[in-house]
Design a protein around this ligand. Sequence first.
Ligand code: PHE
Length: 449
Amino acid sequence: MAKAHFSRIGFILAAAGAAVGLGNIWKFPYITGIYGGGAFVSIYLITVLLIGFSLLAGEMMVGYKGGKDAVSSFEIVAPKGQKGWKYAGFMLFSGLLIMTFYSVVIGWIFHYIYLSVTNNLPTTMDIADTTFNNLVQISPITSTIWHFLATVFVAVVLMGGIKAGIEKANLILMPLLLLILGGLLIYATNFDGFHKALVFMFEPDWSKINSEAIVRAVGHAFFTLSIGIGTMVTYAGSMSKEQSLFKAAMWVMVLDTLIALIAGVMIYSFIFEYGAEAGKGPGLVFKTLPVILTNMGTTGIVIAIIFFIALAFAGLTSAISLTEPSVEYFIQRFNWSRKKSIIINTSLYFIVGVGAILSYTTAYGSTFSIGDKPLFDAIEFTTDSILLPLGGLAIAIFVGYILSDEDRKEILQDRVNPKVYQVWLFSLRYVAPLAIVFMMLNNFGIIKI
Ligand code: PHE
């Protein structure tokens, strides 16, 4: 059977669906709050533009030329005598690891959709703490049921393959997501808080920046663009050769950044309109925002419902893209049927995910800890701070140094302006590796500026 390919818009929406996820709507707003707003956003934007884009395009190039799963694509694209580069494709297992906690968080979002629909969202910050703690620390069964539903959704979509599954889901969910977030943003422009949100997000106060903030901004740029785990290699493996790769990468970057900024401005408009605190951390959309919305009456409840649905859409399209690389790998390299590959891969992360859930509970927490970290945090740290940067480094070295100029130009088919090509290559060869090494050394406390 001939391999199915994405349509142009299908590829852009699927890759944007991969990129736009919990990272954009849940994480980006709250880390922006922690690190004080504008200056952090500026560093994030510069990183996305200078480093993120070059790695994103680089990662897509491997799949574009290879046309297979991540491991096979690296093997095919690597020059003779350097086929050992296929092992770089093992970065795809980071996706499964990420899914062990990502699916759990999507489950929490499902729970908040349920709470909004049944009008049971918290009305005060104290109740909000209890509601969230009940879910996360006290009742692992509830979390597990939602985590299971998220897993089943991903499995069902993947069963449809590239065209009828991944492309179709993204063609429906991504426009809806944009519509909902755009609508909420327009609604928020009526608030006085809207102006404050713009100032908070876009007026840099450089005194608030330290090395930790820089490292977090750089790390987030990787995570949000889905770089370094083989997602973009795998998706680009089903890209039509008619499509311009740089243009597609640009669209993905623009959509990803736009949605993060819209989510940030929208959420902070609500926060400032109702005098809530900005720097509260991960509870921003699970605690602070629901309290504001319930106090707005019926309109607020309706907003809560559509907001959490949008958040779930964003999470699910990313979850699909985190799982597909590994599913595809076993199909191509071990001749598994699609069904078998999906069932085994999703079951694997489902089971470890239950461990992650238990690691947050008061009853079993210590049993599921690694060192002094709950399993949940340990996996997040390993993927965020070690595996994703390593994956990014591998891409930078492989595309920047191992491939020759002819190889790169052949893949890009002369569609790129020579000046843009030079800047891109410079960033891939020098800026990206330096930034990654700096970030990793900093994460391990080896250097501090
Ligand atoms: N980019 C996604 C987000 O922002 C997460 C992700 C990472 C998805 C890596 C795929 C690959 O939530």
